[in-house]
Design a protein around this ligand. Structure first.
Ligand code: SAM
Length: 364
């Protein structure tokens, strides 16, 4: 088994059965070696720098109805909000002062009529903060919208494909949504020159080891710049509210929480070895399930943290899952604490845009 870690490190790819063995491996020495190799690989490429991104949750209004998500459109219990352009600009100003040089604008999937407004906001951010990168994460848009956002100065886009298994996709999404369209959007984003991020929820309902292997193979072929991996966490107002009580975990003897954290960390390491230059966050969902999620993610090979830069008054309303962490080291204003936490782990915050190494200068 140790050989598999060596092989992945050398060859950057494994066969499906080999990924399965690594994902199911319970031997602490092998798992430790996997994380160690991934950590060393990240340090070789990025030194001990961790990139920070200021996450601005621009709206919790969503036209989609993904079954797992707390802000799905049919959830009537959510109080909906949309930040104004001025509120978003204020978040950026605050973030700039704190040292952020990337702003991630994320939200529920807005109706198509909102694209021009979002384009104008991105243009305004780009004008006022030309030395900063803008990342958008607002779901599936038309090709024309992606083209216009790019021209407005957006250089990165996050769109998790969630699962590459069509049967699994259909059990997580309503009939109107299609995996095919999501994958088409990802191809379009790449074609327009975005640094493109995709990824999955780990431990999502009905996920199997086979579907995770399918995701690894898809991501291996797609070649993203950013890879987002967060544990699935139930939300009380969704059909999966009781999922953790009703289903057994894939890994024997583990709770869903333990399994999701363990598999997320393994996947971070596997993708770091597959894509040494990629940008991989230690996500909020990981930090929500495990108080040491940031440190563990970084020690498994992650190199990005995305503290919350949204106005504190709306943070609780961007409720994708229960008990979402948004204070302390998860909050932009807690950056001092985060620095201290990282210092203890042997890392520093990098005050730079944090582009993927080797990427040609982004055209504006
Ligand atoms: N609307 C955009 C989209 O679909 O890409 C961006 C916002 S969406 C809420 C961001 C991510 O949240 C999704 O890609 C999904 O992986 C994650 N998410 C949603 N519900 C979740 C849950 N219950 N547990 C963990 N992650 C969740």
């Amino acid at each position: 088994m140790e050989d598999l870690v060596g092989k992945l490190h050398r060859e950057r790819r494994l066969g499906a059965c080999e990924y399965r063995s690594l994902l199911l491996c319970e031997d602490p020495q092998t798992v430790g070696r996997l994380h160690e190799r991934a950590r060393e690989t990240a340090v070789e490429r990025f030194g001990r720098d961790i990139y920070i991104r200021g996450l601005i949750e621009i709206s919790n209004i969503c036209r989609n109805d993904c079954l797992y998500c707390g802000i799905r459109k049919s959830n009537r219990a959510v109080s909906r909000y949309t930040l104004t352009e001025e509120e978003i600009m204020e978040c950026c100003r605050l973030g700039y002062g704190l040292g952020f040089r990337t702003f991630v604008l994320q939200g529920g999937e807005p109706p198509q009529g909102q694209d021009s407004r979002i384009e104008a906001i991105c243009r305004a951010i780009h004008r006022e903060f030309p030395d900063c990168a803008i990342t958008l994460s607002i779901g599936e848009r038309t090709e024309e919208a992606y083209r216009r956002f790019r021209q407005a100065g957006v250089s990165r886009y996050l769109l998790r494909h969630e699962t590459h298994d069509p049967g699994h996709y259909a059990r997580l999404h309503p009939p109107g949504m299609s995996l095919e369209n999501r994958l088409r959007c990802l191809d379009t984003l790449k074609r327009y020159g975005y640094q493109t991020g995709t990824g999955i929820m780990v431990g999502s309902p009905f996920q199997s080891i086979d579907s995770i292997i399918g995701d690894i193979i898809y991501i291996g072929e797609f070649g993203p710049d950013m890879i987002g991996l967060g544990p699935f966490i139930p939300h009380r107002d969704t059909v999966f509210a009781d999922y953790w009580n009703s289903e057994t975990a894939i890994l024997k003897g583990k709770s869903h929480e333990e399994e999701a954290v363990e598999l997320t960390l393994k996947l971070i390491s596997i993708f770091r070895l597959m894509f040494p230059d990629s940008l991989i966050p230690a996500t909020t969902a990981l930090a929500t399930l495990d108080p040491e999620g940031h440190q563990k993610g970084i020690l498994a090979g992650a190199n990005v943290i995305m503290p919350n830069l949204s106005p504190p008054s709306v943070r609780a309303r961007y409720s994708l899952y229960d008990n979402k962490a948004s204070s302390g080291t998860e909050a932009a204003e807690g950056i001092g604490k985060l620095k201290e936490q990282l210092r203890k782990t042997g890392y520093n915050i990098s005050v730079s845009r944090g582009d993927r190494p080797g990427k040609p200068e982004e055209q504006e």
